[in-house]
Design a protein around this ligand. Structure first.
Ligand code: SF4
Length: 316
């Protein structure tokens, strides 16, 4: 979807460098690559490209892991800045009030109440409800929808609505095989469709409590990356058993790891199974991608038309 790349470029003109430099993922990348200078504009600008990925579709909710939440926050700040710079409209308040009347008495009243709850008390749930309410109004024109979305948060048209991060409740964070954050660049991952033998090999090679040199040495699960996998895959009873056996040197680390291997292989089995039909039919994959791309492109095109218009670049 080339419109995403175009939006990335246009947004880069209004994004202060410091906003990108303070992104935790960027700082972490620089920290881990001190020796070999791999810092490029692409790395620095990556969260902005992610913002364009979200904003091009005017996404309301973005499901992310906790480590990506700051990037959604960045997308929100950029949307706010864009709307502030380019979303101005003469008679905005009067036009917005006229658009509220078009909602009808009942819906208009509900919209106003939600708007007041957000602007006076900062109630973000009220904001999300009001945004959903406006988006589902088929009788409103696109301009009136944008006006009312903008009116919810301030005095500008929301050409780029602010997205909201959705974090899974109690989301378990999967550690890497070496206990660090799981990351492709650290080479400590288990691919989702790994073959069972590769899963077994990867887990068997995991480091354990360094104090457990011999089978008879008692271990401390808290010092072992394998234990963190047990905390994710074993139930309470299983975890107590692992902990007791480790501390009492009642079993070997390979035996302990086998439980984790079995759990991961079982968890991935349906994924491997489901992927098989697609691996065997690449035409199907290409048609799914083509169809999805077309749908996505329609949405991105509509956004870009308005973005160019607002920025005075509607030359086509
Ligand atoms: S027994 Fe299990 S938890 Fe204990 S050190 Fe070995 S692998 Fe880790």
């Amino acid at each position: 979807v080339p419109e995403q790349a175009e939006l990335h470029l246009l947004l880069s003109m209004i994004t202060p460098l410091t906003w990108l430099e303070r992104a935790p993922a960027y700082k972490e990348f620089i920290e881990h690559n001190r020796e070999n200078d791999r810092s490029t504009f692409g790395v620095l600008g990556y969260p902005l490209l992610q913002s364009a990925d979200v904003l091009a579709y005017r996404a309301g909710l973005v499901p992310v892991g906790a480590d990506q939440a700051p990037h959604v926050e960045l997308a929100r700040e950029i949307a706010r800045r864009f709307n502030h710079l380019y979303g101005g409209e003469v008679d905005f308040t009067a036009n917005s009030e006229a658009a509220i009347r078009k909602l009808g008495k009942k819906t208009g009243k509900l919209y106003t109440e939600l708007r007041v709850a957000y602007t006076t008390k900062g109630d973000v749930d009220a904001l999300a409800t009001a945004q959903a309410l406006i988006r589902e109004q088929n009788s409103l024109t696109l301009s009136d929808k944008e006006r009312l979305l903008g009116y919810l948060q301030g005095d500008s048209v929301a050409i780029l609505p602010e997205p909201k991060a959705v974090l899974a409740d109690n989301a378990a964070k999967m550690p890497g095989l070496d206990g660090r954050k799981m990351s492709n660049s650290h080479g400590n991952i288990i691919p989702l469709r790994a073959e069972p033998d590769d899963v077994a090999k990867a887990v068997r090679n995991m480091p354990t409590d360094p104090a457990r040199i011999r089978l008879s040495d008692p271990g401390d699960p808290d010092k072992c990356p394998v234990w963190r996998f047990h905390q994710l895959y074993s139930d309470e009873h299983g975890q107590a058993e692992v902990s007791d056996r480790c501390r009492a040197a009642a079993w070997g680390c390979l035996e302990c790891k086998q439980c984790v291997i079995d759990a991961i292989v079982a968890e991935q089995a349906p994924v491997r199974e489901r992927a098989k039909q697609f691996e065997e039919n690449t035409d199907l994959i290409h048609s799914i991608i083509a169809e999805g791309t077309e749908k996505a492109r329609d949405a991105a095109r509509a956004t870009l038309e308005e973005v160019r218009d607002a920025m005075g670049l509607a030359f086509r």
